[in-house]
Design a protein around this ligand. Sequence first.
Ligand code: ATP
Ligand code: MG
Length: 535
Amino acid sequence: MSRALVDVRILQREYLLAISRAMTAELDLHDLLRLILKSAVELVAGQAGIIALSENGIDPLRVAAVYGIPPHLVDHFAPLVRGIPYREGQEGDVFPEMRDQLSKIAREANLGLSQVIRLPLSIGGNVIGLIYVFQSGNYYFVEDAPNLLRSFAEQAAITVRNAKLYQQVIQEKQRLDAILEQSADGVMILDSHLRITVFNKTLSHMTGWPAAEAIGRTHNEVIDWIALKSDSDLQSALDNNWPMLNSAHLYVEGEARRHRDSSCESDRSTINLGITYAAMMDTDGRMTNIIASVRDLTRYREEEALQKTFISVISHELKTPVSIIKGYAGTLRRPDGKWSPEVLDESLSVIEEEADNLNSLIDNLLEASRLQAGTFTLEMSDEVNISRLSELVIRRFAPQNEQHQMQTDFPDDFPSVIGDERRLTQVLNNLISNAIKYSPDGGKITISGQIYPEHVTVSVRDEGIGIPARDQSRIFQKFSRLDNALSRKTEGTGLGLYLSRAIIEAHNGRIWLQSNSDIEPGARGTTFTFSLPRG
Ligand code: ATP
Ligand code: MG
């Protein structure tokens, strides 16, 4: 081997070393191809070069990297790149057809290039591109140039393949990330130290933890169990050698503390979660990751609790009037009893009253079930006079309520509304009976009307025990009764306000409440108001 060739081989090694270093450092295909091309051209003492690639091995070749050719002249080389397809064996040095093509281009572009070497870039026998090195007529390529270039062609092919694989991996990862992020289940991925590495949007909503804050924390910091329904949690399962089988899943269910996140509107402080953990193992049987899919069971638990409340409330509320009626009827029927007309009258009126109670309770239940079934419809009539209805309701309640001063305050021109008279009476009944029930020390109860251009409002104001701000949104829910001494003493199912709201909203109105102390400092009690559109 000549001395010069030995030097070139050493140089070739150095270039290839530099290229492989660059390949591990950066994965930008374009930059790497340029580096490979530049090294190749320099090594064989060429003047310029082109790497042309086909997107998928089928599409026509396109210039992917250029060296030593001014950018505005690159287009001139397109016919060369596209025009003479590569055929097996046609590699290395010049052949006439290509040389002719080159001299035509060189003339047009005013470049003094007249020699060319071309080598294929192939992956697994499949030609995906070509590397060209050009030289002007006055110089010579180094000895054995095509062979020297072969390793650069190989490098370029490997680079292209790596870049494609990398791109595929990235795309695959983006697809997986998108699936995880959009999943309706909460998903998190833990590393082998139980640190959170992935935390999706659904899980953020459920737990109140923003993903950015949860990632990097340990599982137990974020999933903070208060009470477990299942036998063990993740930690104790791991202590007991879970996962023993590669495919074994672990299910943990219970109540957990919800993270207080100021940006989140939910006011719940706990959540019921069901978590399925799946362990990922490496080939040596070591756990590498745990994938946890998390379900929010709070709604199911609430439904369950509601069912229980329903049964206990209903049985209690139905039993009370029935046992009173039975008691009075039984007493009156006693063969040895001789009852004065007054006692008879009083007893019968208690029976009548309790029968009325039963009736309205059954009505409420039927209405609630109609609402749930979506078969709730209004029976509208033209002229509902709310002022007159209020008087009637007050008159009905007055005899049993000497401690309350009940009054109405409606402007004379208070307009009639279009609505369902029976249902609107039910709303007034409930608001006024609540005002009475929840002001045990008496006081004034005022039903007033206000007129606005588009709607009217009706308010029921009492001077009773009031409703703490934190409970105000809750009391409109089905079966919701506040836990205070009075609720335990008074009768009620907690359906009144739930139905009232449904009725008012079906009329396209709204119902809300205010604490009287928010309107005038120091005042006791509550004001409930509903609005109805004017006919
Ligand atoms: P029902 O109306 O079905 O017989 P209820 O009166 O208990 O039963 P709602 O009318 O829905 O049910 O009221 C829900 C709860 O809201 C009540 O149990 C009570 O705790 C509270 N509440 C309602 N109105 C008032 C009020 N005017 N003052 C204080 N608390 C009230
Ligand atoms: Mg009520």
